[in-house]
Design a protein around this ligand. Structure first.
Ligand code: AMP
Length: 316
């Protein structure tokens, strides 16, 4: 399948590279690595990395605007399993669509789809596409891939295999990456966020089934000077709490009239429950957006049942 995606990249002169809403460093890393590699492998092609920008990730280049004017355009969608999560206005205007993803399959929307749920990240899959087809790679491409893999594995905690380490070894060795600088890009944060992390720790409630959750109102976010995406990112700082097997941040997004769930697990499968609420993600790292506190409570209750069933099975 990677060969067929490569052939399409070779064929089209205008290529748009999109990814999921709620951007993160793997989405951006895979986008910019692929964009640069195609531009350098096939000079003259017009490549656009598109999507909503986020000032939080200003260590990546600026995203492009694509005006939909070309009639013969390939769309490559990275890191996104379903249409509704693609950060793009319309799919109709593209001649062909390819997907490269590491999420569990949800729906087919491209002529060529390469999905590998065992991969650490979309960035790792883009690297595979580049290497298998002898496409261009340099320090900059390697840097974007590195950022994507480190971030999506949460510094090699999740989805990390010997292959991931081998990939990182090759990247660091061959492209002389400045690891300290890259880590500082990913993990530097303002004091307001650290204080906000303290708020979450102080206010996390834990059920008897080991479900940890905290409800973060817009008022709280304003008080701490953080936005709902920073609130969501906090979820990864609460791993390995003895009394908790699934943990959730529930944050109000008043701009979009939604309540955002960030969910993590160190045992129970959570993506199937998230999917029941139009959410999704991976087995142990999922998310959902629900329209009201009523649905939020229902999702929370469902997650608590998942924890209960998991604990019961474990104790047998
Ligand atoms: P996050 O907590 O935002 O880092 O998301 C964790 C995982 O869940 C990622 O793989 C996301 O793509 C996925 N995810 C987050 N929110 C949603 C959603 N509303 N619908 C489907 N998948 C989601």
């Amino acid at each position: 399948m990677l060969k067929s995606i490569y052939e399409k990249i070779k064929k089209f002169n205008t290529i748009v590279i999109a990814r999921h809403i709620g951007v993160d460093p793997d989405a951006l890393g895979s986008q910019f690595a692929l964009k640069r590699s195609i531009e350098k492998t096939f000079p003259g092609k017009k490549i656009y990395a598109v999507g909503t920008k986020s000032s939080k990730y200003n260590y990546f280049p600026k995203l492009d605007k694509y005006d939909n004017k070309s009639t013969d355009t390939l769309l490559v969608v990275l890191d996104t399993p379903d249409k509704k999560r693609i950060d793009i206005s319309s799919l109709e205007t593209y001649s062909e669509i390819c997907k490269i993803d590491h999420h569990p399959f949800i729906e087919k929307f491209g002529e060529s789809e390469y999905i590998d749920t065992s991969a650490s990240s979309a960035s790792e899959l883009v690297l595979e596409l580049i290497l298998k087809n002898s496409m261009y790679i340099d320090e900059e491409v390697a840097k974007y891939i590195f950022l994507g893999i480190v971030s999506d594995t949460n510094r090699f905690l999740f989805n990390t295999t010997d292959k991931t380490f081998k990939t990182m070894y090759e990247l660091v060795k061959n492209y002389h990456l400045n690891i300290e600088e890259l880590y500082s890009n990913l993990y530097m944060r303002p004091l307001s966020e650290v204080k906000f992390q303290g708020y979450i720790a102080q206010n996390m409630k834990v059920t008897e089934n080991k479900l940890g959750y905290v409800i973060i109102t817009n008022e709280i976010m304003t008080d701490y000077g953080v936005d709902s995406s920073s609130a969501g990112n906090m979820i990864n700082n609460f791993n390995n709490i003895e009394e908790v097997i699934v943990w959730v941040t529930i944050s109000e997004d008043i701009k979009n009239h939604l309540i955002k769930f960030n969910i993590r697990s160190r045992g129970p499968t959570i993506n199937t429950t998230a999917e029941k609420y139009s959410g999704g993600g991976h087995k142990f790292a999922s998310g959902a957006r629900v329209p009201s506190m009523k649905e939020a409570k229902m999702l929370l209750d469902d997650l608590d049942i998942v924890c209960k069933e998991y604990l019961e099975k474990e104790s047998k």
